[in-house]
Design a protein around this ligand. Structure first.
Ligand code: AMP
Ligand code: MG
Length: 457
C-alpha cells in the first residue's frame, strides 16, 4: 500500500471518530495538513516508524544550559565539558599482582633461583631500586615496578627462603605490569561531553582530580494530566472519580531519565482551562500530557494543541498499550529571551494515552529519547533481551504489543511469562511485572519454549 493510500486510510479511520458539531472541523485540521504536506508518512505509524520519527527529532535537540556540581552530585547527570587526564594513567609502571619483580629472561630455565634485593609496597618511590640480572624484588599490587624489571611473577609460583626466591613458572616480558600511560596519556580526553555519568565515569573523573564537573541543566518537563474524572490526591474521590496516578508515575519516570518534572494542576475536559494549562506547560522544555487523546467526544487535547499552532508528527502508533499516542511540537513565541542560541524554536510535546499502563509504556518507547537529547546526551537505542516463553501467548494480530510480564530464571536461563491483567488500566498487575514482553504484530499464537523479545523496565 502506498503512502498516500495509507494516509487516506488513516483519514477514513479518523472520520469514523464520533465528533461534536463544529469541533470536528477543528479537530481533524492538523491531521489533514499533515497528510497533504508529507506524503511519505502517515499520522498513524507502525511502532518502528514512530520511533524513528522521534529519534530524528531528538537528534536535533540540545540541552538548554550548563552548571557546575560537586562530583558526588554529578552521578547520573550528563557531562557538559571534556575531562582530560592530568597525568599519565597509570602514572608509573604498575604491578598488577602480588609477587616478585624480575627480568623475564632470567626465567629461561626453571626452576630459577634469584637473589632478593628488596620489597616494594604500593606508594613506594619508584626510582629507589634498580634490579640487575639474577635479582628479584618482592612487590605488591599497585606498587611501582623497579627499574630493570620487565615482569612480575605471581606469588603463587614462588617460594622464598631467606635471601633467595625460587620461581617455578616463566613469564613473558611485560607480564603483570601496566606501563606508565598505557591506559591514558597525560592531556588526552578521558570523557567527552554528552557522557551520562555512571559510576565508571565518576571514577575516571575522580582519578583525574575533578572535585567539580560541568553538567547540562536538567530539562524541565511539564506533566499535565487531563480528564473530568481525575482528582488530586488530597481530594476524596467520588464514586466514579479516579485519583491522578499518571502525573506521579510520569514524574518518577522523568526523574529517572534525568529530567526535572513540573506537575501542573489537572486539566478538565474543557477547552479554555485546558488551553491555559497547555500554554503554561509549553513554557517548559518538554510537555507531557496524559489522557484526552483517544477517540472520545471529550478528548480535546489535539484540538487545543492545534489551535496553539501545533505541528503533529503522528497521532497514533500501531501498538498496544498506547495506540492513541500523539507527538508534535509548537513554535515558541519570539520573546523567549534570545540571549542564547541554545534556546530551541519549538517546544515538543507528547499526548500520552490516559490509561495508566499505556502512559508508562509510551514514555519508555517514545518520550525517553527526547528527554535524553534535551539532557545533553545522545539518546540511547532501545535494547531488547531475549528470553524463553514460559506459557503460551494468544493475541489478535495487527498491533505490536508490549505487555507486562515477569522475567525469571536462573543465570542465563531467562524465562518470561505474561502477568494476568485487566488491560491497560490495571496498574496493580503492572507492579507485579518487571518487564514488557514484545509480541510482533503478525503473531496470533506463540508456543511455550520460543525465544521472545523482552524490554526491561
Ligand atoms: P483517556 O485517555 O482520557 O480516554 O483516559 C483513558 C483511561 O485512563 C480512563 O479510564 C481514565 O480514567 C484513565 N486516566 C486518565 N488520566 C488518568 C490519570 N491522570 N490517572 C489515572 N488514570 C487516568
Ligand atoms: Mg479522558
Amino acid at each position: 500500500m502506498g503512502a498516500f493510500q495509507k494516509a487516506k486510510g488513516a483519514l477514513r479511520h479518523l472520520e469514523k471518530r464520533p465528533s461534536g458539531q463544529s469541533l470536528s472541523k477543528i479537530r481533524s485540521f492538523p491531521r489533514i495538513i499533515f497528510c497533504m504536506s508529507s506524503e511519505a508518512t502517515s499520522p498513524i505509524l507502525t511502532f518502528e516508524q514512530a520511533r524513528h520519527v522521534v529519534e530524528q527529532h531528538a537528534a536535533g535537540l540540545r540541552a538548554s544550559g550548563k552548571e557546575f556540581v560537586e562530583l558526588p552530585e554529578a552521578a547520573a547527570r550528563v557531562l557538559a565539558e571534556p575531562v582530560v587526564a592530568d597525568r599519565n594513567f597509570p602514572p608509573f609502571p604498575r604491578a598488577m599482582r602480588d609477587g616478585y619483580a624480575v627480568c623475564s629472561s632470567d626465567l629461561a630455565r626453571l626452576p630459577a633461583k634469584l637473589k632478593l634485593v628488596g620489597e616494594i609496597k604500593a606508594g613506594a618511590q619508584s626510582s629507589t631500586l634498580q634490579l640487575h640480572r639474577g635479582q628479584a624484588a618482592a612487590i605488591m599490587t599497585g606498587a611501582p615496578a623497579p627499574l630493570g624489571a620487565d615482569a612480575v611473577v605471581m606469588v603463587e609460583y614462588t617460594a622464598a627462603q631467606g635471601e633467595i626466591v625460587e620461581i617455578t613458572k616463566g613469564v613473558s616480558a611485560g607480564e603483570n605490569i601496566v606501563p606508565a600511560g598505557a591506559e591514558a596519556r597525560r592531556g588526552s580526553q578521558l570523557l567527552s561531553p554528552g557522557t551520562r555519568l555512571d559510576h565508571a565515569a565518576i571514577a575516571v573523573a575522580a582519578s583525574a582530580g575533578r572535585t567539580h564537573l560541568q553538567v547540562y541543566a536538567k530539562p524541565r518537563v511539564a506533566v499535565l494530566a487531563t480528564g473530568d474524572e481525575i482528582v488530586e490526591l488530597h481530594v476524596p474521590p467520588g464514586p466514579t472519580q479516579i485519583r491522578n496516578s499518571n502525573s506521579y508515575s510520569l514524574a518518577a519516570q522523568v526523574r529517572a531519565a534525568g529530567g526535572e518534572p513540573i506537575i501542573l494542576p489537572i486539566a478538565p475536559d474543557e477547552p479554555n482551562r485546558l488551553r491555559e494549562l497547555i500554554s503554561e506547560g509549553l513554557e517548559a522544555d518538554l510537555l507531557l500530557l496524559t489522557g484526552g487523546v483517544s477517540m472520545g467526544k471529550h478528548d480535546l487535547v489535539e484540538q487545543v494543541l492545534a489551535e496553539l499552532g501545533a505541528e503533529f508528527f503522528f497521532t497514533g502508533a500501531l501498538i498496544q498499550p498506547g495506540r492513541p499516542i500523539v507527538f508534535g511540537r509548537v513554535p515558541r513565541s519570539a520573546d523567549t529571551g534570545g540571549e542564547s542560541t541554545a534556546i530551541p524554536h519549538y517546544t515538543y510535546f507528547f499526548g500520552l494515552p490516559g490509561n495508566p499502563v499505556s502512559t508508562m509504556v509510551t514514555f519508555e518507547l517514545f518520550v525517553r529519547p527526547v528527554l535524553e537529547a534535551l539532557s545533553g546526551m545522545t539518546p540511547r537505542k532501545l535494547v531488547f533481551l531475549y528470553a524463553k516463553l514460559k506459557t503460551e501467548v494468544r493475541t489478535k494480530t495487527g498491533l505490536k504489543r508490549f505487555l507486562p510480564a515477569v522475567l525469571s530464571g536462573e543465570f542465563e536461563q531467562a524465562e518470561v511469562e505474561l502477568v494476568p491483567w485487566q488491560g491497560s488500566g490495571d496498574i496493580a498487575a503492572t507492579t507485579r511485572a518487571n518487564c514488557y514482553l514484545v509480541i510482533p504484530p503478525h503473531r496470533e499464537r506463540i508456543p511455550p519454549g520460543e525465544w521472545v523479545a523482552v524490554l526491561m523496565r
